[in-house]
Write a protein that binds this ligand. Structure first.
Ligand code: PGA
Length: 247
């Protein structure tokens, strides 16, 4: 399968950030990247960035969606609206939303299903906290999140999983290659049980948490790692291009 390098801009970016998409497009010009390339800006920038990226190898995603198509939900944005604005995918269940907004796996699953129904790829995030890892609960936490959050009928065409240890996000810390391999293998096995062996091997499992140009090649070479979800190092086109070049 083709790996995916997805950038998560979180709550960063203004209209002027369109220049980063143009710079990213320029850096990819000529040589087709060995991975799919996506930037997930804040919702205000989905439309202008999708316009700027049109016709290039860069796809645009979003960072969250509501479970409903439309209705009385002040401040929320539906998957259909994101699709209409030019998004190809949406992140659901990022640990920052699970923590800051109390999102449960049950809600994340419903959001993922809403995203897929709207024609978006759902990028479903999982990951343990430091306390959970230190307690030896990593695999049980990740399994519970996977079981609870995986959209019904998930396929490689509709669903991407992102394993992001909470303690590795924005910290500069990364798990060892063995730790990444162990969790990604467990997610693959979990996907086999929840879907089929064939589908499980078509669903990309991204690693996320302090991915940088300097560690991307090593992380992306680990078994069952099918790409990266990148926060801080996706904000500047130069850094993100350095990660893309690692594939
Ligand atoms: P980071 O964030 O690359 O800045 O650690 C990753 C993420 O939260 O998706």
């Amino acid at each position: 399968m083709k790996p995916l390098a997805a950038g998560n801009w979180k709550m960063n970016g203004l209209k002027a950030s369109v220049s980063e998409i143009n710079a990213l497009k320029d850096s990819l010009d000529g040589a087709a990247p060995a991975c799919d390339v996506m930037i997930c800006p804040p919702a205000t920038l989905v439309l202008p960035l999708a316009d700027a990226a049109a016709g290039s190898a860069v796809q645009i995603g979003a960072q969250d969606c509501h479970t409903a198509v439309s209705g009385a939900h002040t401040g929320d944005i539906s998957a259909a609206m994101l699709k209409d604005a030019g998004a190809a995918a949406v992140i659901v269940g990022h640990s920052e939303r699970r923590a800051d907004h109390g999102e449960t796996s049950e809600l994340v699953k419903t959001k993922a299903e809403a995203a897929i129904a709207a024609g978006l790829t759902a990028i479903v995030c999982l990951g343990e906290t430091l306390a959970e890892r230190e307690a030896g609960d990593t695999l049980s936490v990740v399994h519970a999140q996977l079981n609870g959050s995986l959209p019904g009928g998930a396929t490689g065409a509709t669903t991407v999983i992102a394993y992001e240890p909470v303690w590795a996000i924005g910290s500069g810390l990364t798990p060892t290659a063995d730790q990444v391999a162990e969790v990604h293998q467990a997610i693959r096995a979990g996907l086999s049980a929840l879907t089929s062996a064939e589908e499980a091997h078509s669903i990309r499992i991204l690693y996320g948490g302090s991915v940088k140009p300097s560690n991307a090649a090593e992380l992306m070479a680990i078994d069952n790692v099918d790409g990266a979800l990148v926060g801080g190092a996706s904000l500047a086109a130069d850094d993100f291009a350095g990660i893309i070049a690692a594939f």
